[in-house]
Design a protein around this ligand. Structure first.
Ligand code: HEM
Length: 453
């Protein structure tokens, strides 16, 4: 697949890497309006490491050389804070969220949450994921262009409510689903974002408008937690909430209701829009590469899944949902041959690393075969970040995307709505297709017959 990367680190230099000299507000405006073009241009001009200055976010040092990315992901987490860099999520997620913690508190919470997300456990969710997808597909309009993203979002939300929250009763699913949608919509409104920028995350957390937007959802989540604590079948259940209720801190104490609420919100926020967006990108890529779609369909009809796995990996490489991850330096640290000062945010850049020609042959081409020839490597394929902060739901997400794609391809003939693949736009923190992954579908005769039998 890849040409090997030659070590090319310069001798240690005691200064920030170069970057655009334009004023901070201008850099911020470009970052918000056209992040991909901005990153491409900066990489072209300044190389493997460059500095951007973003309003309210401080100084970001982008790194995209695999050696520097490895240095960040394997560096001492006490000096590389990710939680601090995510503070903007505090109002919605709450102070116990694994995404917002650092140091021992982060590791303690992560240890409790890792076992429910172990790769092998995902098989148990396969039927639920496939059922949810199949029902959603039933309702799809045929023979007209439809954005796939809203349907993917509905699937991934219901999958999380069923497998993570463990809710199965239709009325409860509906109530909790719509309350969560309202809260997330409120949180991603431009007005809320503007208030956040003006007042900062901590002050927003104390305001009445926040409580008004989140209290109804929180009440339903606490109701669910309390009911589940007393469920007679708790020990036999396999949803994530039931497993977390049985987990114990090192001192033997159970997780509190507040901890559980914050982690459920975290899993929902981190896990549903990201997976839905990756699915929409997969459809966009496949429908614009008919040979890949045909190969996938033949494989799925024959009951295989190696190519499906490669399609998912290639989608996450070429169209990563998250462009970068952040680590705030607690002390000065040498990275990529430069001594960086405390306080800067180092940003291993997923987007740029995945498009390096010295790592991937023909990096801008959608070619799932590359991952059949060689599996992805830890520091060159990083859609889920890395090190002790690597995405807790990486196995969950890849498994879910595969199950949903399999249902879609087995049941539908899918083609592109337009000749050109979609551009990226930024939706809150994800890179999404600008038309929502538009496709035209018709039901497959073979699938209809098989389902009727
Ligand atoms: C395609 C789907 C997804 C993508 C691309 C994605 C990507 C990421 C990334 C880039 C990070 C930050 C890693 C870092 O800082 O090094 C992250 C963290 C996280 N993700 Fe995901 N994610 C996805 C799906 C999910 C799902 C389905 C869940 C759970 C249900 C989940 C839960 C989390 C959690 C809890 C963290 C915080 C981990 C920590 O700070 O220790 N994610 N994810």
């Amino acid at each position: 697949m890849a040409a090997t990367v030659t070590p090319s680190m310069p001798a240690v230099r005691n200064e920030l890497p170069p970057g655009p000299r334009t004023p901070r507000p201008l850099q911020t405006a470009r970052w918000i309006a056209r992040p991909a073009a901005f990153m491409d241009e900066a990489a072209r001009r300044y190389g493997d490491m460059f500095t951007l200055r973003i309003t309210h976010e401080g100084t970001w040092v982008f790194v995209s050389h695999p050696d520097a990315v490895k240095q960040v992901f394997t560096g001492d987490p006490r000096l590389l804070h990710a939680g601090e860099a995510n503070i903007v999520l505090l109002p919605v997620l709450g102070g116990n969220s694994v995404l917002l913690l650092d140091d021992d508190a982060h590791m303690a919470q992560r240890k409790l949450m890792l076992p429910p997300f172990h790769g092998k456990r995902m098989r148990g969710y396969e039927h639920t994921m496939a059922d949810v997808a199949a029902r959603q597909i039933e309702g799809w309009p045929v023979a007209e262009p439809v954005p796939s993203w809203p349907a993917m979002q509905a699937i991934t939300l219901e999958v999380i409510l069923r497998t993570v929250f463990g809710v199965t009763e239709a009325g409860r699913l509906e109530r909790l689903g719509s309350a969560l949608r309202d809260s997330l919509n409120w949180a991603s409104q431009p007005r809320t974002m503007a208030q956040l920028a003006l007042l900062g995350a901590r002050r927003i957390s104390e305001r009445g408008t926040l409580r008004k937007a989140l209290d109804p959802t929180d009440a339903l989540i606490y109701e669910e937690i309390r009911a589940r604590r007393d469920a007679p079948d708790l020990a036999e259940r396999d949803d994530v909430l039931s497993l977390l209720l049985q987990a114990r801190h090192e001192d033997g104490s159970p997780m509190s209701d507040e901890e559980l609420r914050d982690e459920l919100m975290t899993l929902l926020l981190a896990g549903h829009e990201t997976s839905a967006t990756a699915l929409a990108w997969a459809l966009d890529a496949l429908t614009h590469h008919p040979a890949a779609l045909e190969r996938l369909r033949d494989e799925i009809d024959a009951g295989g899944d190696a190519y499906l796995d490669a399609v998912v990996k290639e989608t996450l490489r070429l169209r990563p949902v998250i462009a970068l991850v952040l680590r705030r330096l607690v002390e000065p640290m040498e990275i990529g041959g430069r001594m960086l000062p405390a306080g800067v945010n180092v940003a291993p850049c997923i987007y740029l690393l995945h498009r390096r020609p010295d790592v991937y042959d023909d990096p801008r081409a959608f070619r799932p075969e590359r991952f059949l020839e060689q599996p992805p490597a830890t520091y060159t394929w990083i859609p889920f970040g890395g090190g002790v902060r690597r995405c807790l739901g990486a196995s969950f997400a890849q498994f879910e995307i595969k199950v949903v794609l399999r249902e879609l391809v087995a049941r539908l003939d899918i083609r592109a709505a337009r000749a050109e693949p979609e551009r990226r736009i930024r939706r809150a923190i994800v890179f999404a297709p600008h038309r929502g992954g538009e496709v035209v579908v018709t039901r497959r005769a073979a699938a209809t017959e098989k389902l009727a039998a």
